[in-house]
Design a protein around this ligand. Structure first.
Ligand SMILES: NC(=O)c1ccc[n+]([C@@H]2O[C@H](COP(=O)([O-])OP(=O)(O)OC[C@H]3O[C@@H](n4cnc5c(N)ncnc54)[C@H](O)[C@@H]3O)[C@@H](O)[C@H]2O)c1
Length: 143
């Protein structure tokens, strides 16, 4: 089973983030610029939350609020699961299911060293399965 570290080595350690006092409109704009569905919310180097497209849809659009006048801190998720570089993919999937989230910040101690999405985990699982199939095909062919 792959670990978070192995996925980060492949996808990279950059984390796109935003300040909790920024406006939601700026968060959505940054998500578009980076072509991602969520941003880590940070105060200095400290992770304080996560804001996703879902938080915008439910916390702003559905409530009839304006993204120009609503601050990130007012709609972000502040109770969120995090993982470490040594966490395995299966544990990440279980956390996403339990907390109904599609993104997991990766912390080494207090330092944020990456962020994984559900797509990263699905891609890792498919790659593992593909590798197992290829090994079995080779075993059958040479056996
Ligand atoms: N082929 C792949 O390896 C792969 C990996 C991930 C996603 N995808 C595709 O992208 C689409 C959307 O993906 P999603 O729903 O998983 O989420 P997403 O759009 O939020 O994430 C897309 C990619 O951006 C990264 N990302 C997201 N937010 C980030 C942030 N704040 N900082 C740094 N990196 C960040 C994710 O880790 C992921 O690699 C889907 O169609 C999915 O299939 C493909």
């Amino acid at each position: 089973m792959r670990t978070v570290q192995q996925i980060l080595d492949y996808k990279g350690h950059d984390v796109w983030h935003i300040d909790p006092d920024a406006m939601v409109l700026d968060a959505i704009g940054e998500m578009k610029t980076r072509d991602v569905g969520a941003l880590a919310v940070t105060e200095g180097a400290k992770l304080v939350g996560l804001i996703s497209e879902r938080d915008y849809a439910r916390g702003v659009a559905l409530e009839g609020r304006s993204s120009r006048d609503t601050r990130v801190r007012d709609v972000m998720q502040s109770e969120l699961p995090t993982v470490s570089p040594t966490t395995d993919v299966e544990t990440c999937m279980a956390l996403m299911t339990r907390y109904r989230t599609r993104h997991l910040p990766v912390l080494r101690g207090d330092e944020m060293v990456g962020l994984l999405s559900i797509g990263d985990l699905v891609a890792a699982i498919i790659a593992d399965q593909q590798s197992t199939i290829e090994h079995l095909e080779q075993y059958i062919a040479t056996g």
